[in-house]
Structures are given as structure tokens and as C-alpha cells.
Design a protein around this ligand. Sequence first.
Ligand SMILES: [Zn+2]
Length: 280
Amino acid sequence: MPELPELEVVKEVLQRRVVDQTIEGVQAIGGGSAILVRALTQQRLAEAVTGARIEEIDRRGKFLIFDLKPAVQDSRLYLALNFKLTGRLQLAQPKEKKLPKTHLIFSLSGGDQLRYVDQRTMGQLYLAADLSQVPDYATLGPEPFDVSLEEFRERLKPYRGEIKGILTRSEFIAGIGNAYADEMLWAARLHPYRKRTDLKSEEIDRLYEAMQSVLREAIDHVRVEMGEAIHREPRDFMAVHMKSGALCPRCGTAISVVSANQRITNFCRTCQPGGLIKGM
Ligand SMILES: [Zn+2]
């Protein structure tokens, strides 16, 4: 699932490659697009965006936002893309072979195509005149880089559950998912299932620092490894996530894995002691 670092780099690439271009047409392939596209306006996707100019691309949490200027009306229109588990965007030439499960193709005035690919068709593309109408958008918490240590401590207080679960709640802080939560907890040397109420003040400070450094370093890695291939999700650089059985880069212990609630959690038992181990 793309999280803040991947989407930040996708945003950068699209800002360079598609901003100021006009959408000349939209092609829906197969039935998938009917599931993906949710129009919160009176118009259907193709009629609304054909001829529209892409004015800006933004990221908010795990949403990528296309800010459009429609051809006819003098209003704003947004495409808000929530990638969920397997959604990806791809920049391609029209003659390039389509990846399997390509559901939508936007043809751009510069000659490129922007394609939406989703193996499990779980993503959602909202067409909206007002972003506050987009489900789960208005309730997003602040962006990690906008949160001070003091605010981080304050925002944690109402939550009493396991720290990993809290980190991945978009209303706590936006943009962090399963993968980067594992990485932050490893960097902070905190067991993912420790209760927030058990964390000492210096452990919370460590987690805050880890959140900042893990995300910033990940953006740098992803920028280099992804390049313009925005449909890829390079994650080889990660320390523990999806590294079950590999050796902890810090202490050499084999990385543990726990599957619970359809989520994989990876951590190092030596560096991240304690916690109630679920599912084992
Ligand atoms: Zn370790």
C-alpha cells in the first residue's frame, strides 16, 4: 500500500510531468472503473474531466489530489485518489502495453497517458467539487511533518490501545500505514503491541523522532529507486517490514513476524522487547 513517502514522490513526479496539461480523454477498461470511480457531482467522470486542465497535484495523508480547471464551467473540480492496498498510477506512452488490471487511462495533451492500475480493485477515485465531501478526508489528522513533539504527545493522550494501531489511524496522524509504522517502531526500539498507556515519556519522544527520520529517509530512498516509474513500490531499503526471517540490521536477531487482523507486523524481539504477542 502506498504510504506518505511513496505518494510524496509520486506527487513530485506528477507535478513535473502532468501539471499544466489538459486531459484530452478518459478511457474506462472493463468493469473495474465502475467500482473505482465515485462521482460526488452531477457529472460523470469522462464528461467532467475531458478538456480540464490539471492545475496542481497535492498529497494529503494517503490521498493524491488532482486540482482541475474544467473546460466550460468557471469552477474547481477535484479528483481525490485513495489507492488502498494495490492501487497504482503509471505514466506511459500510448503505444506501451497495458499492465494487467489497468482500469482507467487518462490521455494528456503532452502525449503521455496517466493510467490507473489496481490488482484488487480496492482503490477509490472521487470526483468532487468540494474535498470535504470525500469520505475519510475531512477527518484526516495532521501531516507528520507539521506536528511538533508537544502536539504529538497531546494527540496521543486520548488513545489507550497498542501503539502500532494508533500510528496507523489516519485521524491521529495522516499518511502512515502498516509498513512505515513497523519501520518507525523498530527505529524507536518499541514493541508494536505495547500499550500507549505503558509508554514512558522518553519512549514517546523517541517515537516522534523516529517518525520524522524514517519518513524523511524513506522519501530520499524512494525518490532514487522509483525514478519516473511511479507504479513501482521500492521497499528493499526497509529494515524490518516484510523482512521476516532476515537479520535485524542493528543486532542480528532474526526478524519476527506476527499476522493479526489481516496485517503483517515485523519487528525485532531483541531491539523491541516486551508487548503482548498476539497470534502466536
Ligand atoms: Zn534487533
